[in-house]
Ligand binder design. Structure first.
Ligand code: NAD
Length: 497
C-alpha cells in the first residue's frame, strides 16, 4: 500500500452534488424525498440525493419538449453546436480530478482507473461527436431528372437516457455525445447507486453554454424515476445501458406506450478463447486476468468465460492464477490499487451467491472466493477463479458482474466456437492464435458485436460498440451511434413545370 493521504485530503474537501437540474435550475424532488448515496469504500453516507418520481420526470420531459420546440438547440447550425459541445468537453476535462474522485467515492473503482480510463474516454466521447457533427452530410436520391429526392436526418426530439453504475460518467457521455450533437434534448437518469457525476455533469453543461432544458438530470430508483421516463408518451427516444432483464422490460414498455425508439445495451458473458498456437501465452494469461478483474469484474465485456485448449489448460491456468493473485483489492484512493470495491452490499452478496452456486454445481475453486477487507466496512471481494466449469453451469450462463472467472476446456476449434456461442449473450469475444486463417475463420463464426484477436478489450470512438442477441440492439460510439438519435426523412420535390 502506498501513501495516499493526499487523495484522502482531496476527498475530504470535495463538494458533493445534491440537486437535480431541470431547465437550468438546481432543484430537489417535488416530494422532498431523498436517498442516501453510500460509498462502497467504507459504507459511509456521502450525501443525500433527491429521490425523484413521476412528478419530477414530467417536469423534466416538459422542459426538454419546450426547449426542443424552441429551436434554441435543435435548430442551431451544426458548427455552432459543435463549438458549445467542444467547450463542454474541455470543461469536463478541466474537472477531471473532481469527477474522478466523485466516481471513485461513489462506486468504488480505483482512482487510477477513474483518472486514466473513465475521464479521458468520457471527454473523448463528447469531443468526438462534437467534432463530427458538421462533417456528416445528408443524401440526394438517384431520381429521374424531373424529381429531386432528399434523404435527411432530423433529431428525434426528447431523449430519455437511463444508465448503469459500472461506468457512470462514461456511459452517460456515450449517450450524450451523439444525442446532443444531433440536436436532441435529453433527460438523463443515472443509476441510484452512482448518481453523483451525472448531477455534476448537468451543472458543467450549463457552465459550458448548453442552453437550459437541453440536458436535464433526474435521480432516483429504476421503478420510481426510470419507469415513468420509459412509459412517458412525450419521450421520443429511450436509450438504455444496463441489465438484460431491465432492457427486455423497457422494450416492452415502449411497445405498450408510444413506440418510442428504444435502444438497449445490455449484459454479456464474453468468451476469451486461447488456442495452443497463441503467439504469447504469458501475455494472453495476463490479459485474461485483467479482462475479468478490471473494474472489479463489473464490466459488460468482462472476459468471464475463459476457454482454453485442453493441451495447455493446466499450465495456462496457473499463469492466470498468478496474475490474478497480483490483483488483490485495495483502497480505491490508493493509486497503486488495481481492483477496488464492489458497488454495494447487495452486489457483494449477489456475487458471493454465485460463488456458492458454482461450488454446489461441481466447479473447482482455484483462487479466492471470499469477501476481503471486511474490517473497512466496504464491499470487497477476492479475485476468484473456477476451474472444471461446464458451460451449462449457472456460473457460465448468467452474468455475475463481479471478479469471477470460469475456466472451460475444449479440444477442437469447432467445439470452442460452439461453447462460445452457447449463450443468451453476444456482446464481445476474444481469441488468441498465430494462425491467420484460424483467426479470421473463428472471428467470423463468433456471434458477438466485438471480436478481439490477440488482445482483450480493444476499441475506440471510431468503431461501433454493442451486442448481438440479448446483449442488446443499436450501437454506441462512432457515426453509427448517431443513427439512434435521428429519424430519416424523404422529401420529394417535383421539378417539372
Ligand atoms: P440495471 O438494469 O439494474 O440498471 C440500469 C439502469 O436502469 C439504472 O439507472 C436503473 O435505475 C434503471 N432501471 C432499473 N429498473 C428500471 C425500470 N423498471 N424502469 C426504468 N429504469 C430502470 O443495471 P445495472 O446493475 O445498473 O448495470 C449493470 C448492467 O449493465 C450489467 O448487466 C452490464 O452488463 C450492463 N452494461 C452494459 C453495457 C453495454 O454497453 N452493453 C455497458 C455497461 C453495463
Amino acid at each position: 500500500m502506498s501513501d495516499f493521504s493526499h487523495w484522502q485530503q482531496k476527498a475530504a474537501k470535495l463538494q458533493f452534488p445534491n440537486a437535480i437540474v431541470i431547465q437550468g435550475e438546481r432543484l430537489q424532488a417535488a416530494s422532498g424525498a431523498t436517498f442516501a448515496c453510500i460509498s462502497p469504500i467504507d459504507g459511509s453516507v456521502l450525501v443525500e440525493v433527491p429521490a425523484c418520481s413521476e412528478q419530477d420526470v414530467n417536469l423534466a420531459v416538459a422542459s426538454c419538449r419546450q426547449t426542443f420546440a424552441s429551436g434554441v438547440w435543435s435548430e442551431l447550425a451544426p458548427a455552432r453546436r459543435k463549438r458549445v459541445l467542444q467547450d463542454f468537453a474541455e470543461l469536463v476535462k478541466a474537472h477531471t480530478e473532481e469527477l474522478a474522485l466523485l466516481e471513485t467515492l461513489d462506486m468504488g473503482k480505483p482512482i487510477t482507473d477513474s483518472l486514466k480510463v473513465d475521464l479521458p474516454a468520457s471527454v473523448r466521447a463528447l469531443a468526438w461527436h462534437a467534432e463530427a457533427i458538421d462533417k456528416v452530410y445528408d443524401e440526394v436520391a438517384p431520381t429521374p431528372s424531373n424529381e429531386l429526392g432528399l434523404v435527411t436526418r432530423e433529431p428525434l426530439g426528447v431523449i430519455a437516457a437511463i444508465v448503469p453504475w459500472n461506468f457512470p460518467l462514461l456511459m452517460a457521455c456515450w449517450k450524450l455525445g451523439p444525442a446532443l450533437a444531433t440536436g436532441n434534448c435529453v433527460v438523463l437518469k443515472p443509476s441510484e447507486k452512482s448518481p453523483l457525476t451525472a448531477m455534476r455533469l448537468a451543472e458543467l453543461a450549463l457552465e459550458a453554454g448548453i442552453p437550459p432544458g437541453v440536458l436535464n438530470v433526474v435521480t432516483g430508483t429504476g421503478p420510481e424515476a426510470g419507469e415513468p421516463l420509459a412509459r412517458h408518451m412525450d419521450v421520443d427516444g429511450l436509450v438504455f445501458t444496463g441489465s438484460t432483464g431491465v432492457g427486455r422490460h423497457l422494450l416492452s414498455l415502449a411497445g405498450q406506450t408510444n413506440m418510442k425508439r428504444t435502444f438497449v445495451e445490455c449484459g454479456g458473458k464474453s468468451p476469451n478463447i486461447v488456442f495452443p498456437d497463441a503467439p504469447d501465452l504469458d501475455k494472453a494469461a495476463a490479459a485474461a486476468a485483467v479482462g475479468i478483474f478490471f473494474n472489479q469484474g463489473e464490466v459488460c465485456t468482462a472476459g468471464s468465460r475463459l476457454l482454453v485448449h485442453n493441451s495447455i489448460k493446466a499450465e495456462f491456468l496457473q499463469k492466470v492464477i498468478a496474475a490474478g493473485k497480483n490483483m488483490q483489492p485495495g483502497h480505491p484512493l490508493d493509486p497503486t490499487t488495481t481492483m477496488g470495491a464492489l458497488v454495494d452490499k447487495g452486489q457483494l452478496e449477489r456475487v458471493l451467491g454465485y460463488i456458492e452456486k458454482g461450488q454446489n454445481e461441481g466447479a473447482t475453486l482455484a483462487l479466492g472466493g471470499a469477501q476481503a477487507m471486511a474490517e473497512t466496512g466496504g464491499f470487497y471481494l477476492q479475485p476468484t477463479i473456477f476451474d472444471g466449469v461446464q458451460n451449462s453451469m449457472t456460473i457460465a450462463q448468467e452474468e455475475i458482474f463481479g471478479p469471477v472467472l470460469s475456466c472451460i476446456g475444449f479440444d477442437t476449434e469447432e467445439e470452442a466456437i460452439a461453447i462460445a456461442n452457447d449463450s443468451q449473450f453476444g456482446l464481445a469475444a476474444a481469441l488468441w492464435t498465430a494462425n491467420l486463417g484460424r483467426a479470421h475463420r473463428v472471428a467470423k463464426k463468433l456471434r458477438a458485436g466485438s471480436v478481439w484477436i490477440n488482445y482483450y478489450d480493444g476499441g475506440d470512438m471510431t468503431a461501433p460498440f454493442g451486442g448481438f442477441k440479448q446483449s442488446g440492439n443499436g450501437r454506441d460510439k462512432s457515426l453509427h451511434a448517431m443513427e439512434k438519435y435521428t429519424e430519416i426523412k424523404a422529401t420529394w420535390i417535383n421539378l417539372a413545370d
